[in-house]
Design a protein around this ligand. Structure first.
Ligand code: CP
Ligand code: NVA
Length: 316
């Protein structure tokens, strides 16, 4: 079943595919703003499986699917048979016979890879411990809306080398921009990470001010990601000097933007003056989750040429 296109990591798509998605998202957003109906996914079903909490991801996929004329069904592990030990492989077989596309938010990346291996329909990563590709798709769309192409630009990542950071690093390789990362000691991006050794798209700095220096975009995320709550106290101490504040924004380019995937802890990873200040685009960033994921759903279900809609479902 390997011929099915999934979006499990950012690097699953080529630069040409991202160009297509960004252009479709721009058009889809304009149609939405003009209250024009666009229902290419009528009679199609998205199943969303959540093993972790969510506000934006659930809402943007559910609203987005409905706006495309389709239906979204929410499953959480608490009340599905997954919690009671039904195997991922069996769940994938069954769920993908009743749907046209599946979105999963879970723990290890291996879980979603196993699901995709046994799915008849495209699978989208709605966040794993390792990656959050839908977030970076929206972030890049937001950057392009405000500042033009991201190619050749510099993104500063301040804080934890988590799933969102990992996805920025993959995006930099695919779309040809640079990520300057600063984390506290002990939380660095693993030096031997595949594809990053010797990469000119990635540089690590001990001092967060050096990472932010002349950046076009400064971005961060919570110090403790979902699933790692036991480390909360230790991380609060370790990350105290990695707060994005006005002084840090001052060393970035004058036109630099600030982004955060949200939810945020003001006064921890970012000062209120920055996230609520004039350079912050976090509300556009959150809204753009919906527009970009609509483009993603259209692409995965209908293919790159929306005029050539294949009306028969996968029979393999
Ligand atoms: N940014 C993001 O994925 O938010 P949720 O956890 O609310 O879905
Ligand atoms: N890194 C965060 C992102 C939340 C959207 C987490 O995994 O909890």
């Amino acid at each position: 079943m390997s011929r099915i296109k999934h979006f499990l990591q950012f690097k699953d798509f080529t630069r040409a595919e991202f160009d297509h998605l960004l252009e479709r998202a721009r058009w889809i957003k304009a149609e939405f703003k003009a209250y024009r109906k666009y229902w290419p996914l009528s009679d199609r079903t998205l199943v969303m499986i959540f093993e972790k909490a969510s506000t934006r991801t659930r809402l943007s996929f559910e609203a987005g699917m409905q706006q495309l004329g389709g239906t979204a069904i929410y499953l959480n592990s608490r009340d599905s048979q997954l919690q009671r030990g039904e195997s991922i492989e069996d769940a994938a077989q069954v769920i993908s016979r009743m749907s046209d596309v599946v979105m999963i938010r879970t723990f290890e990346q291996a879980i979603i890879e196993r699901f995709a291996d046994h799915s008849r329909v495209p699978v989208i990563n709605g966040l794993t411990n390792e990656y959050h590709p839908c977030q970076i798709l929206a972030d890049i769309f937001t950057f392009v809306e405000h500042r033009g192409p991201i190619q050749g630009r510099t993104v500063a990542w301040i804080g934890d080398s988590n799933n969102v950071c990992n996805t920025w690093l993959q995006a930099a390789e695919v779309l040809d921009f640079k990520v300057q990362v600063s984390t506290p000691p002990g939380y660095e991006v693993a030096a031997d990470r595949a594809g990053l050794h010797g990469s000119d798209h990635f540089e690590q700095f001990a001092d967060p001010m050096d990472a932010a220096h002349l950046a076009d975009l400064v971005t961060t995320d919570v110090w403790t990601s979902m699933g790692f709550e036991a480390e909360n106290e230790a991380r609060r101490h370790a990350f105290a000097a990695w707060q994005v504040d006005t002084e840090m924004m001052r060393v970035a380019r004058p036109e630099a933007l600030f982004m955060h995937c949200l939810p945020v802890h003001r006064g921890e990873e970012v000062a209120a003056a920055v996230i609520d200040g004039p350079r912050s685009v976090v509300w556009d960033e959150a809204e753009n989750r919906m527009h970009t994921q609509k483009a993603l759903l259209e692409y995965l279900v209908l293919g790159g040429d929306a005029s050539k809609i294949n009306s028969s479902r996968e029979q393999s």
